[in-house]
Each structure stands twice: as structure tokens, then as C-alpha cells.
Design a protein around this ligand. Structure first.
Ligand SMILES: Nc1nc2c(ncn2[C@@H]2O[C@H](COP(=O)(O)OP(=O)(O)OP(=O)(O)O)[C@@H](O)[C@H]2O)c(=O)[nH]1
Ligand SMILES: [Mg+2]
Length: 421
């Protein structure tokens, strides 16, 4: 079920697709889903969100199926959640609660875990504020509420704030350490290509296909949380760092996007961003829109064709007509924003994708032919650290000829340090 108008969405999804996704989310934390259904919404009831008849009907279901948890794919107020828990005698989780739970389980690094806890507490705090104003309003009206309730909430808030401050301090430390790592990596002159996309789009499968590395990949939403990085050599010899990232999802609570901003720094800093889309999915357009919104929230312009490449994945699942239609669509786009059709599963199109990445990355890079004294070991090693060495050979004059490729910003430094061949 879904509160209409709560999340502005230009591309509406079908209720059935929403339900599928919610079931997938519940399965992602190993819940055994015994029943799933769509509840048509009339007016939102402040006390229970859905109408009394539905509340009773679900109470019967919960009892007969002996369900312990009811997941509501909407945003419930704390009061609604409490009332429904009482009516159903089961734990009630809303969409944000469920996503936070998934993120909590998937966090594999200390930083990831801290960020999730931070988001969770911020979520709780916002709900305390809300129920507090709610109480105040009631007290103003009737004068019989308040007192102990308010004190309890104040205490809860203080405890949450203290814990948040400790997490902030710890996150700061972790971040400083990571910055050191990144600075040492920044000295490796490899460009970064980051995979982003809706959850389950096939990012990790594609990442594996491209790196032959093994990262957790499974038919499970949010199988990847912390970014995974691999250095790979492209066929031309160009080395890049490929980064797999957490999947995005619609209605991703804004506080979660903020919490993962640090983790997603790889994306923000990437030279090329591969937006992986499951084009076999009915909601592919809506999903793509959600991903673009998150990118904007991260400060990445989704229309920057210099950096963004759309990867249309899972084409193996389309029939001949579907493929022809997509091929047509792709070909009608201007060359610099033409999507690449692939199947991460079969490997089809992956070579073309790699070529496209290579092309993007070498555009703007400058090739220099240099001549060094063969005894200049320090010079050679400097070039290996700061440039991409394409060729090295001895020329007829007994000098060491090196062909290197550098970013435009480094051309002058290299030219000043080494004579041209
Ligand atoms: N048929 C088909 N299935 C694919 C393809 N690529 C990925 N899949 C399947 O889609 C499911 C999700 O793939 P993942 O690679 O885990 O997706 P992801 O984007 O990394 O998902 P999260 O990390 O959860 O955000 C898995 O069952 C994959 O086997 C493809 O090209 N074709
Ligand atoms: Mg993944």
C-alpha cells in the first residue's frame, strides 16, 4: 500500500510492481513471506493509516497465518505504527524501517555500520519529535496528556543525541583514515569508473564479468552495500579502477542518501559513471528516474554526457521485437549519449562497453613520447607512479624511449621533468 502523493513520482509504478518490490525487500532480510496483498487506499486514517475494515481483515490473516511481522510499504507515523501493532499483535515495519534494516544487515565495513546506525537514530529522533508535537497538540486541546510521556521522550531524545555525537566522532576518525587511503590511491594515476543503478539492476554481475573478481552477487536486493573496488586492465593496457556500489531504490529516505554520501564518494569522484539499468523490467523508466534523483542529491549532473554512460542490461531476457525496439531507441540518441546494450549474464555487449569506457577515458588524455637516460631509475619509477606507461623501449641512440599517457593537468609537469623524444 502506498500513501498517494506522499512521494512525488512523475512515473507511477503499477501496484503489482510495488508489491513485488516490497516482497523482494522483505526477502532481502530473510523474512519468510506468507502472504502479500494490495490494500486500496481511500482517505488516510490518522490513527491506523488504513480503514478499520482492512485493519480487522489483516488482523484475522495475521492470526491464522501466525505471522510475526507485518510490512507496510508506505510511511507510517509512530502513532499509526503503534496502533497497528496493538491491533495485529505483531511487529509492524514501514518502508523506511525495512530499508534501514536491510542496510544494517548488509553493512560490511565499520563505516557502513556506523552510517546505518546514524541514519536509524536520526529516523527515530525525527519520529520522537513528531510524536512529541502530536502530544502537545492534544494537551493543548484536552489538557489530559503530557507529564510523564513528555519526560520520557525528552530522555529518549537526550540518549539518542548523545549516541549520535559519539557516532559522529567515530565516523570522523574512520573518514580521516579513509582519506589517507584515498590520498595514497590518488597517486596511482588510474581513472575510476563507478557502477551505479537501481537495486537488482545487475551491477555486481557486470562488475564480476568485467573484473572476474568475486564480490557478493545474488538475486537479492541490496546484495552490495559498501563499495567494492578493483583495478582492471583494459585491452589497450589502460588500467582503471572499477567500483561497484550500493543499489538505489525509490523513496530512499533522504537521510540515508546523506548517510551514504561518504561511501558514495567514489561515485562523486569517478571519471566515468556507468548507470546500469535493468531494461527487462517493466518499471525501468521509473527506476532510472529514481537513480537520477539520487545522483542529483549527490551532486552529480545526470546530463553530463562526458561522465555518464547508460548501460542497458539484461537484454538476454528480451525477445527479438523487444531487442529491435531498444536498438532503435539507442541508435536514435546522439553518439555521445548512446546507451550500450549488454547482458552481464551472457557477456554480450560487454566488449563494446569496455571500448566505450576506454574511449571516454582517453578523450582528453594526452600521449607524450619521452626520452630518458637508461640509468635514470628514479625518473622511470616516477613515470610509472604518475602516468600511464604505454610503451618502453631502447632507441638507436641508447636512450630509453617511453610513451606515456597523462591527464591534461599533468602535461606541463611531465614535459618540464623529461625531454621529448
Ligand atoms: N537474465 C539476466 N539476469 C541478470 C543479468 N545481470 C544480472 N542478472 C541477475 O539479476 C540479479 C541481480 O544481480 P546483481 O548483480 O546482484 O544486481 P545489483 O545491481 O548488484 O543489486 P544490488 O547490489 O542488490 O543493488 C541476479 O540474480 C543476477 O543473476 C543479465 O544480464 N541477464
Ligand atoms: Mg550488487
Amino acid at each position: 500500500m502506498r500513501e498517494p502523493g506522499r512521494y512525488p513520482q512523475p512515473l507511477e509504478r503499477s501496484a503489482a510492481a510495488r508489491l513485488d518490490e516490497a516482497v523482494g525487500l522483505a526477502r532481502a532480510i530473510e523474512l519468510d513471506v506468507v502472504n502479500a496483498g494490495i490494500v486500496p487506499l481511500g482517505d488516510i486514517r490518522p490513527a491506523t493509516f488504513i480503514g478499520t475494515g482492512k485493519v480487522e481483515e489483516i488482523a484475522g490473516l495475521v492470526k491464522s497465518l501466525e505471522a510475526g511481522i507485518v510490512v507496510a510499504d508506505c510511511a507510517l507515523s509512530p502513532v499509526q505504527q503503534r496502533n497497528l501493532e496493538k491491533a495485529w499483535n505483531a511487529k509492524v515495519v514501514d518502508r523506511t524501517g525495512l530499508i534501514l534494516e536491510i542496510f544494517g544487515r548488509r553493512a560490511r565495513t565499520k563505516e557502513g555500520a556506523l552510517q546505518v546506525e546514524h541514519a536509524h537514530l536520526t529516523y527515530q529522533k525525527s519520529r520522537l519529535v513528531r510524536s512529541w508535537t502530536h502530544l502537545e497538540r492534544q494537551r493543548g486541546g484536552f489538557g489530559f496528556l503530557g507529564g510523564p510521556g513528555e519526560t520520557q521522550i525528552e530522555t529518549d531524545r537526550r540518549l539518542i543525541e548523545e549516541r549520535l555525537a559519539r557516532i559522529d566522532a567515530e565516523l570522523d576518525k574512520v573518514k580521516k583514515r579513509r582519506k589517507l587511503h584515498r590520498d595514497s590511491r590518488a597517486r596511482v594515476p588510474y581513472p575510476i569508473a563507478a557502477l551505479v543503478g537501481y537495486t537488482n539492476a545487475g551491477k555486481s554481475t557486470l562488475f564480476n564479468r568485467m573484473t572476474r573478481a568475486t564480490v557478493l552477487e545474488a538475486d537479492m536486493l541490496f546484495a552490495t552495500l559498501d563499495p567494492t573496488l578493483r583495478a582492471v586492465a583494459l585491452p589497450s593496457g589502460m588500467k582503471i579502477i572499477l567500483s561497484d556500489t550500493v543499489g538505489f531504490i525509490s523513496d530512499l529516505p533522504t537521510m540515508l542518501v546523506a548517510a551514504f554520501r561518504a561511501t558514495l564518494e567514489e561515485v562523486i569522484a569517478a571519471d566515468v559513471i556507468l548507470h546500469v539499468r535493468d531494461v527487462s523490467h517493466d518499471d525501468t523508466e521509473a527506476q532510472s528516474h529514481d537513480v537520477e534523483e539520487v545522483l542529483v542529491a549527490l551532486g552529480v549532473d545526470p546530463n553530463d554526457e562526458q561522465r555518464l554512460v547508460e548501460v542497458w542490461n539484461k537484454i538476454d531476457r528480451l525477445d527479438a521485437d523487444g531487442r529491435a525496439r531498444l536498438n532503435n531507441l539507442a541508435e536514435r540518441k546522439p553518439a555521445d549519449r548512446r546507451p550500450i546494450l549488454v547482458s552481464a549474464l551472457t557477456g554480450e555487449g560487454v566488449e563494446t562497453l569496455i571500448e566505450a569506457i576506454e574511449e571516454r577515458l582517453s578523450a582528453g588524455r594526452v600521449v607524450l613520447d619521452l626520452a630518458l637516460d637508461p640509468a635514470d631509475g628514479a625518473g622511470v619509477s616516477w613515470l610509472h607512479r604518475h602516468t600511464e606507461v604505454m610503451e618502453k623501449s631502447m632507441d638507436e641512440d641508447g636512450r630509453l624511449a617511453m610513451t606515456v599517457r597523462v591527464e591534461p593537468g599533468k602535461v606541463e609537469t611531465v614535459k618540464a621533468k623529461f625531454p621529448a623524444a
